[in-house]
Design a protein. Structure first.
Length: 301
């Protein structure tokens, strides 16, 4: 085995962890992969023999790459999106997702990622690395150009934002989550408004991200009656078109559904279920993004 092969194998040992860090930082599967690839390129150009802690070195590189990407994203986005739902990690029921995709979704619901999107890049880095990956502030501080005390303050501010948003802790039992999702879809199919309201938390939140090209279709709705009315309109409209199918799915480790038309995915919905009721629904209806996050899946027509 030559040196480059040895280095590549060592990098692969850390890939899953690095993608987890990048996904939490960026909320985008494609950008997370780009950040990890950049870390590999930098490693390949470095003198690896002088790196004492390869895992720590790679984590630092990925974090700094992600920080730069977040800052660049904020500069490029001249017109902020009214609603943004991060890229979901999706698999169909009964199939095992690739190991690395499972690691991305581990314990990271879409609802939390939505809140992380509201943080500044430095706050997000400090919170993700410290609260999710237990990195000490002494290591985080140089990445954001602060001293450890200032880095601690960044994480503290981010933590208050997360707690203030009251991100729901979902039911851990996927089967119980799926029961609520199935009840929601069955009621919508049947046009049963009361049954829909019954499965929704009174303060349920619905987010639909239709993408930059279809901003008018994006929305945020709150309250069981408003969400039930929208669900009836949306799902009944889908089902009125021939070739539409609803597929059970696992979205970021939680119950979800993929809507296909003639076998083409057009919508991905993730449900956050707490105490048997749906408290959040996050939907990506941007055709380009839906295609990207479901590219590895196949559907019966």
């Amino acid at each position: 085995m030559n040196e480059s092969q040895w280095l590549a194998e060592r990098f692969e040992e850390h890939r899953s962890h690095l993608r987890s860090v990048a996904y939490r930082m960026l909320g985008s599967v494609a950008e997370a992969d780009d950040a990890v690839q950049e870390a590999w390129l930098r490693l390949a150009r470095s003198n690896a023999d002088e790196i004492e802690n390869l895992g720590g070195w790679l984590t630092t590189v990925v974090a700094r790459v992600c920080l730069n990407m977040l800052r660049s994203r904020n500069v490029r986005r001249e017109v902020p999106l009214a609603v943004h739902v991060p890229d979901p990690v999706v698999s169909t029921i009964g199939t095992l997702p690739p190991e690395e995709e499972a690691s991305l979704a581990d314990s990271v619901g879409l609802a939390l990622l939505v809140v992380l999107d509201s943080l500044t890049p430095a706050e997000r880095l400090a919170f993700v690395l410290h609260d999710m990956f237990d990195l000490p502030f002494e290591e985080i501080a140089p990445m954001v150009g602060r001293n450890p005390a200032a880095a601690r303050q960044l994480a503290s501010r981010a933590r208050r934002r997360v707690k203030g948003a009251e991100v729901a802790r979902p039911d851990r039992d996927l089967a119980r989550q799926q029961e609520a999702a199935d009840a929601f879809l069955s009621a919508a199919r049947a046009g049963d408004f009361d049954a829909l309201v019954a499965v929704l938390d009174p303060d349920v939140v619905l987010r639909i991200d239709a993408g930059a090209e279809r901003r008018v279709l994006s929305m945020v709705l709150e309250g069981s009656e408003a969400v039930a009315r929208q669900a009836l309109r949306g799902i009944q409209t889908w089902l009125s078109r021939s070739g539409t199918q609803l597929h059970r799915a696992v979205v970021n480790g939680a119950a979800g559904v993929i809507v296909t038309m003639d076998g083409t995915p057009v919508n991905v919905m993730g449900f956050t279920v707490k105490n048997g009721r749906i408290v959040e629904i996050d939907a990506v209806a941007d055709p380009e993004r839906v295609q990207r996050v479901t590219t590895a899946l196949s559907f019966d027509t």
